[in-house]
Design a protein around this ligand. Structure first.
Ligand code: PGA
Ligand code: MG
Length: 224
């Protein structure tokens, strides 16, 4: 990629490493059921993921991307959602094909790996541990770890500084326009996967440096 060697890869989590929507949608439907509201299901939830849990709860309550629910309803729903998801972060969630081999190959090559997600830190830690990939990452930054989350560049800049790798040697890998925007704002190269969650839009429209069909393609791309 562009000739400059990559020594740190930052991976987005939901929709890039892990298909987490079945659990997010399950928690959403249990919450809506408790509140006597219409269920949302996996297809709609898939389009709503990307801006962290607080925004997700607003979207599932209103079933709109820019929806703003009644404050009392939101305040009631948030802790209910939180508890359902806390107990069921990885009952259905799975690594996408190619993820395990990409992580193994990159790690064996001595490339440093990090995880940068808008998912709350508590759930991220549980999910990574349950899927047995937590030990691959030097650093993990969740949606509530710092003052700002993606599309702000802060989490990416924080990781590069913590691992002590210049921005030009970093690569962001994600599934959503928020990953691309964060990488661009950080001055970083970015690879995208087309199979994740991008509010229903084609990720190529956000102009990543490259789109890979599977993360299994990534190691070869970095050795070019
Ligand atoms: O939790 C979200 O909304 C999205 O999480 P991600 O940043 O790992 O895709
Ligand atoms: Mg994602």
């Amino acid at each position: 990629m562009n000739g400059v060697p990559v020594s740190l890869v930052m991976f987005d989590l939901d929709g890039t490493l892990v298909d987490s929507v079945p659990d997010l949608a399950w928690a959403a439907d249990r919450t809506l059921e408790d509140l006597g509201l219409p269920l949302v299901g996996e297809d709609k939830t898939r389009d709503y993921v990307g801006n962290g849990l607080y925004v997700l709860v607003k979207r599932i309550l209103t079933q709109e991307l820019d929806g703003e629910p009644d404050k009392a309803l939101y305040d009631k729903a948030l802790p209910i959602y939180w508890e359902y998801y806390r107990g069921n972060v990885s009952q259905f969630s799975q690594l996408y094909d190619g993820v395990q081999e990409a992580l193994d190959t990159l790690k064996a090559r001595g490339i440093k790996l990090a995880c940068v997600t808008n998912k709350a830190e508590e759930f991220t830690k549980t999910l990574l541990a349950h899927l047995k990939i937590d030990t691959y990452f030097e650093v993990m930054v969740g949606g509530d770890t710092l003052e700002k989350k993606k599309p702000d560049p802060l989490p990416l800049l924080h990781i590069a500084k913590t691992v002590d790798v210049p921005i030009e040697n970093c690569l962001m890998v994600g599934d959503s326009r928020h990953d691309i925007a964060a990488a661009r704002a950080a001055g970083m190269r970015v690879a995208a996967v087309p199979y994740g969650y991008n509010h229903g839009d084609d990720i190529a429209e956000s102009n990543p440096d490259v789109v890979v069909q599977s993360l299994a393609e990534l190691p070869d791309l970095l050795s070019d």
